[in-house]
Design a protein around this ligand. Structure first.
Ligand code: UT7
Length: 329
């Protein structure tokens, strides 16, 4: 019998735009306060892209760092996947835009849309491609520029989001198997709690749709919160069971960074200490598909994780979608 192909994580990288928008800055834009934002969300500041930056530019910088960490040339990549809900444009895909910016040609490239769970869906997709033998070395990116689809007059959403990108190189391996399990889920019946109506086939861009702000995020925050906690708990538990590991063997939990209170509630229900939960929401806000990978990259680069450590990544987002993954660094 053929030996199972393992999936090795060769390297990670992340990138945040230079400009920082603080809660004090937001106080000048909408009727809010630093105190409200910090107490209700845990966010202090977030990065906002420059006018001339595109989602693929953030992806490019994160990818270059991941390639450097992996110590491989771009030419080794044989598939590019970009998880995003804020593509450069409808088509060509942001993955194709990234391919061009990386100076690569003839490599298959596509975007993946699973909102804030996008990177976990991406890990599952990359794992399946590698294990099937179809591709050997995959560049997986989570890149989002939520500032471009934010209604800056809506205080209930504009305080939450930021911009950034993270990348991971995954490769076929005979020795290592770093992606132990993935567990994905979705329930489309909750689609009307978190969405952007405009721009697609249902509501193409018109002067009216723009005036009605259909090209920005609409969210029923409290309802999303209520579903996020149990779904993230279940996704983490399922991934841990599938991986055949014990909760106490996990070095670090990296949850989607949407709200500090969601993160704390998930930790409480999983019965884990906040000491083993990675949090960077205070300086990033919610960057959708980029949250888990940028947090993982920071945990690796700052020495919070060492080679061989077990990590649980878990996310929840529009759709609704959710997902968990157990990886060994
Ligand atoms: O990434 C995908 C997943 N997304 C999420 O997981 C987000 C989940 N939801 C949340 O994080 C929270 O629901 C929010 C942070 C969005 C809102 O927090 P909340 O505790 O659920 O507040 P709320 O929406 O129930 O609003 C409470 C009050 C309201 O005032 P009244 O009606 O009680 O007078 C809001 O108008 O807070 C008011 N409010 C604000 N006040 C000051 C809403 N936004 C603001 C604001 N500043 N920015």
């Amino acid at each position: 019998m053929d030996k199972k192909i393992g999936v090795k994580i060769l390297g990670t990288g992340s990138y945040f735009p230079e400009r920082i928008l603080t809660n004090a800055d937001l106080e000048k834009i909408v009727d809010t306060s630093d105190e409200w934002i910090v107490t209700r969300t845990g966010i202090h500041e977030r990065h906002i892209a420059a006018d001339n930056e595109a989602t693929s530019d953030l992806a490019l910088e994160a990818s270059k760092k991941a390639l450097k960490a992996a110590n491989i040339p771009g030419e080794k990549i044989d598939l590019i996947i970009v998880a995003t809900i804020t593509p450069d444009m409808f088509f060509p895909s942001t993955a194709c835009c990234l391919e061009k910016k990386l100076g690569l040609v003839n490599i298959p490239a596509f975007d993946l849309l699973a909102a804030c769970s996008g990177f976990i869906y991406g890990i599952a997709t990359a794992k399946a491609f590698i294990e099937s033998g179809l591709y050997k070395t995959i560049l997986l990116v989570g890149s989002d520029m939520l500032s471009r689809i934010t209604d800056w007059t809506d205080r209930s959403t504009c305080i939450l989001f930021g911009d950034g990108a993270g990348a991971m190189i995954l490769s076929a391996s005979e020795e290592d198997d770093n992606v132990l399990s993935v567990s994905l889920g979705a329930d489309g019946s909750f689609g009307d709690l978190l969405y952007m109506r405009g721009g697609g086939s249902v509501c193409p861009a018109t002067a009216e749709s723009i005036a009605a702000k259909y090209h920005t995020i609409t969210m029923k925050g409290a309802d999303v919160f209520k579903s996020a906690v149990p779904k993230m708990v279940k996704a983490a538990e399922d991934a841990i069971i599938k991986a055949g590991v014990k909760l106490q063997d996990v070095k670090l939990f990296i949850p989607h960074q949407a709200n500090m209170r969601i993160i704390q509630a998930v930790a409480k229900r999983l019965n884990i200490s906040m000491d083993s939960v990675f949090v960077n929401i205070h300086k990033t806000g919610n960057i959708s598909s980029a949250t888990t990978i940028t947090a993982l990259d920071e945990a690796i680069k700052t020495g919070k994780l060492q080679k061989g450590d077990l990590v649980v990544l878990v996310a929840f987002g529009g759709g609704f979608t959710w997902g968990g993954a157990v990886v060994r660094i």
